[in-house]
Design a protein around this ligand. Structure first.
Ligand code: UD1
Ligand code: CA
Length: 462
């Protein structure tokens, strides 16, 4: 795209967002684990802007801090969208090219749409406005076009005549404007309207009065939806999830029941990955080719190497690195652990702060006791280790290459390579003892020596 004019983006985020009913600024609410502002910033960055300006209110340092890589412009008072863009004037001084004006609460617009607006702009339009045809045009601004479809004006709903209000083509709010005319037009916008605000949308009729060409680029309604409430946030989440599911399948992932799989914005899945029903990908998951993730698994901050099988009912927490062809199954939780190729952890285990060597087999019910109430410690199982069922590994502890632990052992000392650690007491054999026990208990009960336990009889002793 070497022949394209430079582009800059002004992202408006100074609105109060009161309808969210939240202490958190609206644009920091998340879709797929990423703030709406971050969604807009990352889409914009794929267009390599020369400059990105985020317009915030005077008391919005949280938003300013979240706008990494962008210049912050402060709009002292929320006097309207046109006034908001004017606050970015200083930050864009000397810029020549196309200025995109975007809303931080309209997070689902794609880079392709921006690119199409940019091309239309550079092919001779002074202003390109993003339009859509919502089922319910409600209070959106109406796009007034001439017979040829060229844009003549944007009329805010509150200022519209009945004839203008009947127009179905609406303003999504986003624009691409020739940087040479933007601020000069904005200087002439007044607040003489129903809301008493400086409307960005007025620059269209001002441009038309100077015979500057204005165009409309139409997008699907679900792409340009704005988020003003938690209900709309959930709707935007659903649109985004559907998009990610479809994209995953396009990229060669099988989803056994797509609508039950949830992605984070940064989820990466390789080719020929199969994902079962009700799987949740939290932030920071990278899954390589040919992995199977079975139903009801929850992954977050985890890397899964090729050919591995995870699930059903597996919980992978941050810092988990699953090697090639590893099997992790039924009701296993793993955190901050490296699991080397070919290892197996198949049943009811907790593996935290651990290194699991290649081909090591961890038996059912194994627990790494990694926390003493003050600090966390490492458990190391070298390669080809066999951990017997229901072993407690009291960290820090190291199980040498090829060593075993006996089932039910509490292992608190290192085991040398090829050794066996076992801490069980020897079994006693008492013939007929169970029968004698049953007889004693049933006669006690018959004699009324048993009463229902009463938790309320326990007094706090402190
Ligand atoms: C705006 C458009 C309307 C369009 C609609 C689409 C104008 C005048 N109207 O109306 O045509 O159909 O969006 O959703 O532009 N903001 C500031 N400072 C302000 C005012 C707003 O930064 O002083 C920011 C808000 O944070 C928000 C965006 O600008 O991100 C849009 O503002 P909002 O008040 O929601 O505009 P609408 O009335 O919805
Ligand atoms: Ca709005």
């Amino acid at each position: 795209m070497a022949d394209q004019a430079p582009m800059a983006a002004v992202i408006l985020a100074a609105g109060k967002g009161t309808r969210m009913k939240s202490d958190l600024p609206k644009v920091l609410h998340e879709i797929a684990g990423r703030s709406m502002l971050h969604h807009v910033l990352s889409t914009v960055s794929s267009l390599s802007p020369k400059s990105t300006v985020v317009v915030v209110g005077p008391d919005m340092s949280q938003v300013a801090d979240a706008a990494t890589g962008a210049t912050i412009a402060i709009q002292q008072e929320a006097l309207g969208t046109g006034h908001a863009v004017l606050s970015a004037r200083q930050a864009l001084a000397g810029f020549e090219g196309t200025v995109f004006i975007l809303f931080a609460d309209t997070p689902l617009v794609t880079a392709q749409t921006f690119q199409a607006m940019r091309t239309l702009r550079e092919n001779g339009a002074g202003i390109v406005v993003l339009g859509f045809r919502p089922d319910d045009p409600a209070a959106y601004g109406r796009l007034i076009t001439d017979e040829g479809g060229a844009l003549e004006a944007i009329v805010e709903f509150k200022d519209a005549t009945p004839e203008q209000a009947a127009v179905r083509l609406c303003n999504a709010g986003l624009m691409a404007v020739d940087g040479r005319i933007l601020f000069e037009l904005l200087d002439r916008v007044s607040n003489d309207n129903a809301k008493g605000e400086y409307y960005l949308t007025d620059i269209v009729s001002l441009a038309r009065a100077q015979s500057i060409t204005c165009g409309v680029m139409e997008a699907p309604a679900d792409e340009v939806m704005g988020v003003n409430s938690r209900v709309q946030l959930a709707e935007a989440e659903a649109v985004y999830q559907k998009r990610r599911r479809d994209q995953a399948m396009e990229d060669g992932v099988t989803l056994l029941d797509p609508s039950t799989v949830y992605f984070s914005a940064d989820t990466v899945l390789g080719q020929d990955v199969t994902v079962g029903q009700n799987v949740v990908f939290g932030p920071g998951v990278m899954v390589e080719d040919r992995v199977t993730i079975k139903a009801f698994s929850h992954l977050e901050g985890a890397h899964v190497a090729q050919g591995a099988t995870v699930g059903p009912f597996v919980r992978l927490r941050p810092g988990t690195d699953i090697g090639a062809d590893v099997h992790v199954g039924n009701f296993v939780e793993i955190k901050n652990a490296i699991v080397e190729p070919g290892a197996k952890i198949n049943h009811l285990s907790y593996v935290g702060d651990a290194f699991v060597g290649a081909r090591t087999n961890i038996g059912a019910g194994t627990i790494t006791c990694n926390y003493d109430g003050f600090n966390k410690y490492l458990t190391v199982m070298e390669e080809d280790v066999f951990i017997g069922s229901n072993t407690s590994l009291v960290a820090p502890v190291r199980i040498g290459k090829g060593a075993n632990t006996g089932a039910g052992s509490v292992i608190s000392q290192d085991i040398a390579p090829d050794g066996l650690g076992v801490t069980r007491s020897a079994q006693r054999q008492l013939d007929g003892a169970a029968a004698r026990y049953r007889q004693r208990k049933s006669s006690e009960k018959a004699a009324g020596k048993w009463s229902k336990p009463d938790p309320s009889s326990v007094k706090n002793t402190s």
